[in-house]
Every structure is written in C-alpha cells, then in structure tokens.
Design a protein around this ligand. Sequence first.
Ligand SMILES: [Fe+2]
Ligand SMILES: [Fe+2]
Length: 255
Amino acid sequence: MRILCMGDVVGDEGVRSLSEGRALSRLRDGLRADLVIVNGENAAPTNGISADAARILFDAGADVITGGNHSWRRRDVYTLLDDRPAMLRPANYPDSAPGHGSCVVTASGQRVLVMNLIGCVFMEPVASPFTTADAVLAAYKGQYDLAVVDIHAEATSEKLALARYLDGRVHVVFGTHTHVATADEQILPGGTGYVTDLGMCGSHAGVLGVAAEPILHKFLVKTPVQFTPAVGEVAVHGVLFEIRNGRCVSAQRVT
Ligand SMILES: [Fe+2]
Ligand SMILES: [Fe+2]
C-alpha cells in the first residue's frame, strides 16, 4: 500500500498546481500511489476551502481532503463537510461544528481509516488530539486495516509527541499547517511512518503562500493589512509512505 500525502494547498495557484494538466493524477500514477490524501484547508483564493476548490481537488485525484484551523472560513463548504465522508475537518473540534474528523476509505482492497486532528499548542484550545485519537481508534475498532493521521499543528514537539504516542497503533502520522516541509521523514520503532510537516502546494514566491509585501507590512508597521496570494514559483510538496505487512517501510519526500 502506497499512500501519497500532499501538504496544504494554498489558493488558486495551489489548486491549479494539482489540477492543471492532470498534475496530481500523473504524480499518483508515476509514484504508483494507491491512496492520495491532500490537506486542503487553504485552497480557497484568500483562505479556507470553498466547495468549488474541494470539488476540483477531488476531481484532480484526491481520495481524502483533510482540513485544519481554516476549515470553516467559507460557509459554502459546510454542506460538503457534513455530507461527503472523505471531506474531513479536525476531529477534536466540538461535535457541534459542521463536518466530521475521520472516515474509512477502501484502497487496493484495504480499509484505511483517515483521521484529521489539530494541535493545541499555539492554537485554539480544543480537545486533546491525544485522547481524541484514542477515542477515534476505539470507535472504529475492527472496521479498518490501516490507519493514517493528519496532525495539523504549529508545534513540532506536539506533532512528534503524538506520533510517538500512536507509534505501532497507526501506520502513518503526517503533520500539516506550517507550509514548510521538514526533512525528518522517518519510521518510528513501532513501524509508524512519520514526518513533522508535508509542506505546501502553491506559490513559494512569498511567505507561506501569501505575497511578501503585506506580510512585511504586518511585521514592520504592525497595522492591519489585506493579505494577497503569492504568485509564481509554484511547487508541490508531499510525502509518499509505503506500508507492507502492517508496518511503514519507507517514507519518501515528494517535491
Ligand atoms: Fe495551511
Ligand atoms: Fe492551518
């Protein structure tokens, strides 16, 4: 089982980076991926994910779209969050928030549980991703063959700690949210594949997908400013995990 996980899709440039010229489909075919998971929380033009952007990403070859702190920014996506099983938002937000945080998809005859969690360090004080992961795994007991976790978080320590906590109980833990790919892809002792952050699909010309000028204004002048998307220098970042006999055997960065 080969699972391709792609980092936060940012804006129109990010969506196009995966959809134009069948880019994601070709990447999927070239890597012989059985399952593709894309973090889409910033896929709308300014922020959040719109229903249109989500549909384009599904059509482009994403089997599951995960989310994060920006999942609810666009109200037009709420119906999709509620109704489409493979459209996820973090599971440890309140149950009353639209959507759901986990699903089971079938790939190459195997049932894959995909769980989306969000960190608590330097982020909204939501339920613990640690205990929520336990609860989700217990709820799906006997209903899945492999389990994959997207931990959408700011703190590298929280992501790695969660991966250590889940080592041997899930097959992959990947981090998202920072938009910066980390070089620590590894197999943990219990057989769980891990990377702290997948990186970003979109323009790398600015600052984390946003044009540099307004970001510099924010840092230098400190008064409110309208962010605009970065343009150009488009790249896609992700990690391909291979799982054999219940263990992750390789984690390979894709750029
Ligand atoms: Fe993001
Ligand atoms: Fe985020």
